[in-house]
Design a protein around this ligand. Sequence first.
Ligand code: NCD
Length: 340
Amino acid sequence: MVRTRLSSIKKGRAKLPRNLTAIRLLHKEEICELLDSSADFKARVIDGKAIPSLGKKVVGMLFFENSTRTRVSFEQAAHYLGLKTANFSAAGSSMSKGETLKDTILTLRYERLDALVMRHRASGSATLAARYFNGPVLNAGDGQHEHPTQALGDALTILERKGSLDGLTVSIVGDVEHSRVARSNAWLLSKMGAEVRFVGPRTLVPTPQHIGMLPGEVFHDLQSGIQGADVIICLRLQKERMQEGMLSSIGEYAKLYQINRDTLRYAKPDCVVMHPGPINRGVELDDAAADSERSAITAQIENGIFVRMAALNWVFGENDMGPRAVETPDKSAKKAVKAK
Ligand code: NCD
């Protein structure tokens, strides 16, 4: 009797998990599916229409690094979808007693959480979490590696302003070296047919040899890097990840790379100005650029909710593709990086 019951419990757990750890691992069709679903959720929320509930599931929110936008929008997304959340931070969990990430993840798996949203300072931590949690795991930023839901929110914002991603020139300006946002955006935009440029000082934009397969062209001069750009994505100087000597001074960086009324003249007149936040006003962009009609920064924040609804819905959905946390070479990377 008991044996029969146990075997039926085991059978019920056979479904393959679907993870969202990296844009690099997604097919173009999956990106389109996620963006369509985000737009659909946005329309439903704004029009006050019914939103299908994902049922009695509990999502663990593991934020081992600081976060405002990503954390709150995942909470909002879960709330709209009828999900419960369980919150963890490094200080409040057993990790402060020396527990490894692997053991923390295994604990949460056997606490029967249904999914994990995780931000961690180590690149690759989301893949590790997916392996031990047995999915679904949603990467909310792993070190310098990827931040997939940020790129999805940015893509939705660009689509709303420009109608398409195909054929656009998108300049990603600033601290590319330490930016997971730059990497996820570069993968997403290039898969969707946009031309990606990385613009910044030599110390903060990897050389072609070090940037690996990342699709895009490198520019060290702001004027040529944003010449004719349809979209500029500014990046924060991520001092917490920098070694000494990478920047001579913040003032010099601002003088050479700040997006402002003067430098915006090089881009297209209807160029969209974006920033994932948090912004350092007066450094990577000035008030005129941040608050102008061309700025889509507040739209990026709001769209973060809808793409995270789509992402949560997607990981809990039917899965024919198998687990997608395992890194495999990406055949869609057409362009190798070139230096200018
Ligand atoms: C970014 C992050 O944490 O990767 N912010 C965000 O999620 N909106 C970028 C940053 O910290 O500069």
